[in-house]
Design a protein around this ligand. Structure first.
Ligand SMILES: N[C@@H](CCC[C@H](N)C(=O)O)C(=O)O
Length: 273
């Protein structure tokens, strides 16, 4: 341990294999620089995670959740981490329903048969809300790259481009994902998903902005349901099947999106910071 450092406890949790380091800074406030987040997220030299979460006190909700991608960048939303934090705060408070503040707004969480159910807030659909670099219809955006074309774009507190394709499993996402993420059409970069609809199920694979391919992405699951519903491919409710497992998603009449699925504690630890 270096001079000035001390041991900080953390939780390692995941939602369908989308994994998180969770620190609690409510009593002992601290901040992490981008390079510290990158070092902790590193799977060979650090603890390893897709996102790092710092819990803080909130004046508006039961808790504030700071979300950092593995590349260090701070982001507005993370669906799988919202279920994990929801589970922690439900256990801690004994309440039936709790509220979570994020940079993108106020969310809520409650228990459900299939794990934790969270309201992820409104799906934003205007081009400048995504945001996109130019004014365009977000339902079928005039954009093509290799086998991917005409994405439907949705902001779920973070930007998503969803490409519906014949066979999501056949797309070389490791090759196309980073190129879509960094395309100039997306001034804040983008989370890029490929989806295939079969009945009431959406098979979805996700290249996450700032993290790469993950086993699951909750906000991408929400965005894909909203996108498929806008395109008339599903009604307002579907199962989204990710590499890590299923999420139940519903686009409610009030415009917000409800997501239900597992939240799992993997282990607890301490790290010198
Ligand atoms: N894994 C998350 C999304 C995390 C943020 C995303 N990579 C972004 O940059 O917007 C989820 O479950 O939603």
């Amino acid at each position: 341990m270096e001079k000035g450092q001390h041991m900080r406890p953390f939780l390692k949790m995941h939602g369908l294999g989308n994994d998180f380091i969770i620190f609690d800074a409510r009593e002992d406030d601290f901040a992490l620089a981008d390079d510290e987040v990158r070092a902790l997220s590193n799977r060979r030299r650090g603890i390893g995670c897709d996102q790092l979460i710092i819990l803080r006190t909130s004046g508006k909700a039961d808790i504030f959740m700071e979300i950092r991608n593995a590349d260090g960048g701070r982001v507005g939303a993370c669906g799988n981490a919202t279920r994990c934090v929801g589970q922690l705060v439900l256990d801690e408070t004994g309440k039936d329903k709790i509220s979570i503040e994020t940079d993108a707004g106020l969310l809520s969480a409650e228990r459900a048969d299939a794990g934790i159910s969270v309201n992820m807030g409104p799906a934003r659909l205007l081009w400048n809300e995504i945001p996109l670099a130019r004014e365009t219809d977000t339902m079928k955006v005039d954009f093509a790259m290799g086998p991917l074309f005409s994405p439907t774009c949705v902001n779920m507190g973070n930007p998503h481009a969803v490409f519906f394709v014949e066979d999501a499993d056949a797309v070389d996402l490791a090759y196309w994902g980073p190129q879509v993420e960094k395309n100039a059409l997306f001034p804040e970069r983008v989370n890029a998903s490929v989806g295939t609809v079969k009945g009431d199920t959406i098979r979805l694979r996700v290249w996450e902005r700032g993290a790469g391919i993950t086993d699951a992405c909750g906000t991408a699951a929400c965005a894909s349901l909203v996108a498929a519903s806008r395109l008339g491919l599903v009604d307002r409710k579907a199962t989204v099947m990710l590499d890590g497992g299923p999420l139940e998603i519903e686009w409610l009449q009030d415009g917000t999106v409800q997501m239900t699925g597992a939240a799992t504690l993997a282990f607890k630890g301490e790290v010198a910071l």
